[in-house]
Design a protein around this ligand. Structure first.
Ligand code: MN
Length: 299
């Protein structure tokens, strides 16, 4: 199904060697980070892969307690297990396999992220991705918002050799439900066999994250589990020659081309804005999680 579109060329393959725990619920490999690749990844900032990891049954709350974010969005995609989130803007919800939460911290939220209570009690396999998407400078101080996007709301398009779940962007006439601040594609892919061709915007940052299985893009070596292939921005499609029962995430976004200055959970454009973020958090201006819904807390 080769077309006359010009394929994006492989730039490099990233593999993470590190594994660290975020709180006590998320054994994470950071697959990419803006600290060393900011301008290459723009508008994406960071991608954490949690699990796959087998958790025994527990009544404990596993995860990360109250912490802030400002200046970007966190997008959490669950593959197995359950994640519960609650934030100081009133957003929150529980997501399971196939679901996505798109949390816009923007001007600032305080939130917590835990395993779902039912999942924790039964135990089992846990796997998720968390992507940080940068916001344009003009939107960094916008009001926070929360989009809980359930599996059933995500269009799944079957083509020969693949299923494309359209979380954000448009594929084959189907529009993903996520509302974004800049043009972003997030497609959850199941790839069975090549050749495959995915039309993509010319000039946009493009990354293919392989979680399971193996994928070979045109003219490059095989991309394996836990690896991220970064492609040149030039070109109008991603062409895949072979795929073996792969689960992958395709990311494509228009570069913001603005300065990136980050410190922990804050990503802004200047050092002054970071100092302001720290000050605003410490003085309580990003809110608190002090009003607990009935029955939502362990005693
Ligand atoms: Mn967080």
């Amino acid at each position: 199904m080769a077309s006359d579109r010009k394929p994006k060329k492989l730039r490099c393959i990233q593999r993470s060697a590190d594994r660290h725990w975020v709180g006590d619920g998320f054994p994470v490999s950071t697959l990419f980070a803006y600290s060393n690749l900011g301008s290459v990844l723009d508008p994406f900032l960071l991608l954490d892969h949690a699990g796959p990891h087998q958790f025994p049954p527990t009544d404990a709350r596993l995860g990360v307690g109250e912490h802030p974010h400002r200046g970007f969005e966190t997008v959490t995609i669950v593959y197995s297990g359950e994640v519960e989130h609650r934030d100081s803007s009133g957003g929150g919800g529980k997501i399971g396999p196939g679901d996505v939460q798109w949390m816009t911290a923007a001007g600032g939220v305080v939130h917590e992220e835990f395993h779902g209570r039912d999942f924790a009690r039964s135990g089992g396999q846990f796997e998720m991705l968390q992507l940080w998407v940068n916001l344009p400078a003009k939107d960094k101080m916008a009001p926070p918002r929360y989009q809980g996007i359930l599996d059933a709301a995500i269009p799944a398009v079957n083509i020969t050799g693949a299923t494309v779940r359209v979380i954000a962007g448009i594929f084959a006439g189907k529009t993903g439900p996520a509302r974004t601040f800049s043009p972003i594609i997030v497609w959850d892919l199941r790839l069975f066999a090549g050749p495959l061709e995915f039309p993509l915007p010319d000039g946009h940052t493009t990354a293919l994250v392989v979680l399971h299985g193996a994928v070979r893009a045109e003219g490059c070596e095989t991309i394996r589990e836990g690896e991220v292939a970064l492609f040149d921005r030039a070109g109008s499609c991603l062409r895949i020659e072979e795929a073996e029962d792969a689960t992958a995430l395709l990311l494509c976004g228009e570069p913001l081309a603005e300065p990136i200055v980050g410190h922990g959970p804050f990503v802004m454009n200047t050092e002054d804005e970071i100092r302001q973020a720290v000050h605003d958090y410490q003085s309580g201006r990003m809110g608190h999680l002090n009003s607990q819904p009935e029955g939502d807390r362990d005693v």
